[in-house]
Ligand binder design. Sequence first.
Ligand code: NDP
Length: 378
Amino acid sequence: STSQSNHNAEAKTAERTSPLRMRRWQIDGYNGLEGVTLASGRVPPISKPGDLLIKVSASSVNPIDTAMISGYGNGMLNIMRLMDQFQQGIFDINQIEFPLTVGRDFAGEIVAVGQGVTKYSVGDRVFGVVSPQSQGSHAEYVVASGVNVCKVPRDTSLEDAASIPYVGLTAWSAAVVSGMMFKNTAPGSRILILGASGGVGTFLCQMLSAWGAEVVGVCSSDAMDFVLSVGATHALNYKDPATKELLIADGGFKLVIDAAGTDDMDYLKALKPWVGSSYVTLSPPFLRNTDDLGIAGGLAKSVRQVVCKNATSLSEGRAYKWAFYMPNPWALQQIANMISENKIRAVIDKVFPFEEVPTAYEHVLNGHARGKTVINVS
Ligand code: NDP
């Protein structure tokens, strides 16, 4: 439409003339930690009416960030980036991918709003997420859609707030969307969380126990007290071979969530059969398959895999499901409400200053997370 093309022209002009500069951590190729550099560039312009420009106070590091710097998901993400360019009337094949800043969540203060934004004003403290294909939040400023942010609860610091959106929405997707567990179904349900000590796992323990579920967390022996402190009723050590045997012999869980990256299907047997129980894994092979085989081949292989894995489990009365991080404005508001009600708190493993982002990535790559790694930007 005419107004859309006028808006696109204004956005491009704004990009050329934006006087503000910022620092951002970026990559110019997929070379892992070696390729992460601190660069100076223009503050990104608001190019869509619903967007916000946010001065980032803090952001978190997720395993997706440390995977993306080595190329994970780039096949699918580049197609999404091309579609974004197309929508904005930009056709510049050299600008699709690099330089790329990773970082999927943030907390900060709004410094400019798009012309279609009515819910937020300059000066509001917000936390939220950026789309997987967009420029990321490990920078001093970020542009995010107004639908993917929420006001930070009054008594919560921006550092604490930044640790929550990406893992919170991933946990929501796994437990509520795939696992079909909610406030009304959780009371009395027995739920097993593999990887209970990580960012997603600690969020799941808090949320599901606040809803009245009995949560069993599986983690390393040194993390057992920590996992109990975030709401699990029982904690078990995954390095002890007796743990898996015990859980399979129990066989009474309504939901198992794999937030440990194992996709260990033995745990399907820990589910109570024929009661609508599910094993939900957060390690679907979809992006990896599309990286290896292209979109069509990757999609076909992924469909084959999920059908094969379900064929046996469904015949035994248990479902095998994949879960993905999903943006979800309503869920983000529910998460903010739970923070206000003191049902969810930030669980922070370590905070790094902005200047030490590569060390923060290294910390996440080394594993053994006990909650979240956070970057203090300003
Ligand atoms: P973290 O790195 O924060 O946490 C992983 C946790 O799992 C660590 O505490 C680790 O501790 C523990 N762990 C490792 N191996 C095992 C095991 N065999 N049994 C039980 N616990 C184990 O990751 P996140 O919480 O951010 O993410 C969890 C998983 O979900 C990751 O694999 C991530 O890639 C995936 N994910 C997928 C998304 C999607 O859209 N599909 C979105 C977000 C996350 P220790 O090593 O000491 O045992």
